[in-house]
Write a protein that binds this ligand. Structure first.
Ligand SMILES: [Zn+2]
Ligand SMILES: [Zn+2]
Length: 448
């Protein structure tokens, strides 16, 4: 299957032409323009056709003369540009065109079809299975749509050779029915919306960087996405960060420029899911380290959370903090309480996912155990070296959280200064052999 993305943007595109925010400014300066989302399959089947799409096809070197099937998800105007049918009429196309869409969409198209145009309209609803020009198309319910636009749907398109595409925009978090309907689909390509980036208070039926990874996890859980699936985020708006690609990579998803042609077959994305990968997240107190580290792994099916904090009997403030962290962790994560993170790293199998939170508590415990507070850190350094060696060779995908303690005032006590220096050495040694190092500042990740 050949899938050309005629657009990967939201209704207004990215950049939004009227906006001067940092994200739009960056997009303009770097020449990355994203128009209304649409996909052209094998030059024959077009999914969604907003008003920009026909000319976008031209700009991206495609032409639409071969299109025999048009699938439209819903009646929002960025997905439905009825004038395309008039343009087709002007070109004198005499081949048949079958349009499949919810009834509200068809009602808007009708006025744009000439009396002799060979265009046939077919109303669809969720759970329909269609045979279209050699493709089997399953219609899925979108979490989108309201009284004004009626029903919204998503499409699961399978070619005769078994290649399979999921087209999932626009939608909020998927319904259980939709996830169940794609059980074992093993999609080759998944185009899934991620409209709002770090803006999570939008209150609309769309996905953002907090809800997006969980949909991937749910789709993986039912075998709809596997390690060979190419997962591409679409319907991207200017609410997204400029570092979107880096943000999606740990979840096994990516972004591509408008006009990109995807072909089914093994993809590089799947490899990244299981290869060992080390991410060190450092930051000050309350900088958002743990929250960010958790979000890095939000798309993983199984995560082992390694809690390094020994219990502190009688410390209610501490208990409350631990409880807050615990309540945030998804139910399907496993928690292991251990001080021996070196062993955990060495014992992990390929494909396992670990979250270590945090190295500062671990170091405190190591210094306690070694009686190092008076200044002799020989035993501590030995343990740090062992940890760094394990970090280097681990087979796991691992994210570890550590404190950046060297930026405040000079600690008043000798033991405080000793700890600051030792923590700094530990962070630097791990960063040296990490795939990614992220510095958290005021809740925002800075990729170093
Ligand atoms: Zn839209
Ligand atoms: Zn919409």
């Amino acid at each position: 299957m050949k899938i050309q993305l005629l657009g990967t943007g939201s209704a207004d595109g990215w950049p939004n032409p009227f906006c001067t925010c940092a994200s739009c400014g960056w997009a303009r300066a770097s020449g990355v323009f994203r128009g209304q989302t649409s996909a052209l399959v094998d030059d024959r089947l077009l999914i969604d056709c907003g008003p920009e799409v026909p000319s976008a096809a031209t700009r991206h070197g495609a032409e639409l003369s071969g299109v025999r099937t048009l699938l439209i998800t819903h009646a929002h105007p960025d997905h439905l540009g009825p004038a395309a049918l008039l343009f087709r009429h002007w070109a004198g196309r005499r081949e048949g065109l079958d349009v499949y869409a919810p009834q509200v969409v068809l009602d808007q198209l009708r006025d744009w079809i000439g009396p002799d145009d060979p265009v046939r309209l077919h109303p669809v609803a969720a759970s329909d299975v269609l045979q279209c020009d050699g493709y089997t198309v399953r219609v899925l319910a979108a979490t989108h749509g309201d009284a004004t636009i009626g029903e919204a749907v998503l499409f699961d398109v399978a070619a005769a050779d078994g290649a399979r595409l999921l087209y999932a925009t626009d939608t909020g978090p998927l319904s259980d029915d939709t996830v169940e309907a794609v059980t074992d689909a093993a999609f080759d390509v998944v185009l899934i919306e991620e409209t709002f980036g770090d803006f999570t208070e939008h209150g609309t039926q769309h996905l953002d960087l907090s809800t997006f990874p969980d949909q991937l996890r749910r789709l993986r859980e039912v075998g709809a996405i596997n390690d060979a699936s190419d997962v591409v985020a679409v319907h991207l708006s200017h609410h997204n960060p400029v570092s979107l690609g880096r943000r999606l990579a740990p979840w096994g998803a990516r972004v591509v420029p408008d006009g990109t042609v995807l072909r089914t077959g093994p993809s590089a994305t799947g490899e990244r899911l299981t290869s060992p990968h080390r991410t060190l997240v450092i930051g000050g107190a309350r900088s958002g380290k743990s929250r960010y580290a958790e979000s890095r792994l939000a798309a993983a099916e199984r995560v082992t959370y390694i809690a390094t904090a020994p219990p502190r009997p009688g410390d209610t403030e501490w208990d409350a903090r631990v409880a807050e962290h615990r309540s945030r962790r998804p139910a399907h994560w496993t928690t292991v309480e251990t001080g021996d993170i070196t062993a955990a790293l060495l014992d992990a199998h390929r494909g396992e996912t670990l979250l270590i939170d945090c190295l500062t508590l671990w170091l405190t415990q190591v210094m306690d155990d070694a009686g190092a507070w008076d200044g002799d850190v020989t035993l501590v350094d030995k343990q740090i070296n062992q940890l760094v060696d394990a970090w280097k060779v681990t087979q796991a995908q691992v994210v570890a959280v550590s404190n950046e303690v060297g930026q405040g005032v000079v600690p008043a006590t000798a033991s405080g200064r000793l700890f600051r220096d030792t923590q700094g050495r530990l962070n630097a040694a791990l960063a040296q052999v990490s795939d990614d190092v992220v510095l958290m500042v005021a809740g925002r990740p800075v990729l170093i």
